[in-house]
Design a protein around this ligand. Sequence first.
Ligand code: TMP
Length: 208
Amino acid sequence: MTQGLFITFEGADGCGKTTQLKLLAEYLQKNGVDVLVTREPGAKGLGEKLRDILLNYDGVVSDRCEAFLFLADRAQHIDTIVAPAVDAGKVVLCDRHIDSTAAYQGYGRGQDIVQINNLNMIATGGRKPDLTIVFDIDAETSLARVGSAKDRMESSGIEFFNRVRDGYLKIAALEPNRIKVLDATKSIDEVQQDVIELINTKLCALKS
Ligand code: TMP
């Protein structure tokens, strides 16, 4: 059995990570890699219901409640989808994971970052991504790309998205081996080349 790998894609809304994740999945599949594409929140089943509440519920959601709903989705996702796939030798590409909670609920909403990190550890059972790519984008470009049809999270305002961006950069600076930051304002093709370079470097490092 080949070694499984857990790779997460992160960044503010509108950063282009979902497009890049699909392009990478196609690239890896063409090269014979067994890939699983998934996301948080809402990979399937219970997760989809939690995603609907998190993005579309129009009543009051307290900041702590919001954090726990993302974490509940994560626990279910890791236990039922991510861990079994990685342990079976697949390369799992996940659209958002622990660093979203640190950036959005920690830095964005202003919840205690140490507590958020501890809760993330509980939700994941201590499993961390092998590689995380942060698609860095300024808040103005991020919100302009999202456009006018905003969901509950996207409606949090420019100051919130400034804090989210700064949060991602702080998190990345603390874990430079795991987290790599790419300039997401470049063209789709240029960003894709940067992603492939990072992945190939990671795969080479694992082989050596
Ligand atoms: P998506 O549209 O990129 O899938 O992300 C859904 C939204 O949920 C996005 O605005 C980021 C937000 N989010 C958090 O605030 N905390 C989290 O832990 C996760 C996974 C997502």
